[in-house]
Write a protein that binds this ligand. Structure first.
Ligand code: SAM
Length: 287
């Protein structure tokens, strides 16, 4: 069976990811579900029609679900599910409910006891992270910061000490002021990745220090065009706190002489002996 062919779907809400630019990032399963669902709830029905037309598909029934009507639309969709029908949810781009409408609907559908089935696919944050070259295991997805500068600066403060890569969405008309606030909050030494127009013709992923980011944006108006994901590297671990390696070292130091504790901690954790030695000296100094 080729994709996009109508089939009988189980009664459920299907949360369907759509492309963030390149239409070929639509999954085969997404096409199946969009062609087969009894109704498709779309953030902008024109956008969804464009995607469906591209694949020569027709939806059974198109409904609008956007940030201004989500509660009312959710009630109507729960009523459709109560009749045993299947409903697909799509947003304009990427994964619904991720900085997009959909979370209220999912909550209402689950509360009414119906199944919610994710149909995963494109997401701008993960696409940017996967190609960023920031080799850290943990990240925090923040999404959009407030558009007002004072609120934005306030919301950045609790993020400053976090040791995780921070992931923001930003619109092109605010990119310069947002990057200026990031510089003020985090300082110039942190790294930033500006990932613009992902999966599109003018895709560009630029890594630099926060100190250099405004200069890069100002160097060419094209650098400020399109949609952006901003990744900011996390805070360096405070001195004397070496994470898991530091914890193990501290335990060993209580039982063993310094040199032996360092050697054993290096063997257990794979951390560098020099770094552990410095840490051990500091731990001893701090008592
Ligand atoms: N639900 C979407 C997702 O899964 O990524 C996000 C929707 S949110 C309303 C739109 C924001 O996502 C844009 O302002 C931009 O920050 C980011 N974005 C979406 N598409 C992008 C792309 N192709 N390149 C870079 N950023 C993108």
């Amino acid at each position: 069976m080729h994709s996009g062919q109508k089939q009988k779907l189980e009664c459920a809400l299907y949360v369907v990811a759509t492309p963030i630019g390149n239409l070929r990032d639509t999954s085969l399963r997404a096409l199946d579900v969009l062609a087969s669902a009894d109704a498709v709830a779309a953030e902008d029905t024109r956008n969804t029609l464009h995607l469906l037309n591209h694949y020569g598909l027709a939806a059974n029934r198109l409904l609008a679900l956007h940030q201004h009507n989500e509660r009312g639309a959710a009630e109507r969709i729960v009523a459709l599910l109560a009749q045993g029908l299947s409903v697909a949810l799509v947003s304009d781009a990427g994964t619904p409910a991720i900085s997009d409408p959909g979370a209220l609907l999912v909550e209402a559908v689950r509360a009414a006891g119906h199944r919610v089935i994710p149909v995963p696919g494109a997401n701008a944050a993960l696409a940017a992270l996967s190609a960023s070259g920031l080799a850290v295991p943990h990240f925090l997805f923040y999404g959009f910061l407030p558009s007002k500068p004072s609120a934005r600066r306030r919301e950045l403060q609790p993020l400053v000490a976090l040791p995780y890569t921070l992931v923001f969405y930003e619109a092109p008309h605010r990119i310069l002021e947002c990057v200026a606030d990031l510089l003020e909050a985090f300082g110039g030494e942190r790294q930033i990745v500006l990932a613009r127009e992902l999966t599109k013709l003018f895709e560009h992923i630029h890594l630099c220090s926060l100190a250099d980011a405004s200069g890069w944006l100002n160097a060419d108006p094209n650098n400020r065009r399109g949609e952006f994901v901003l990744l900011v590297s996390g805070a360096a671990q405070p001195e004397g706190d070496g994470g898991e390696a530091g914890r193990i070292l501290a335990i060993l130091l209580q039982e063993l002489p310094l040199k032996q504790a360092v050697q054993l901690a290096a063997k257990i954790t794979g951390a560098g002996k020099n770094e552990l030695y410095q840490q051990a000296l500091q731990l001893k100094e701090n008592g």
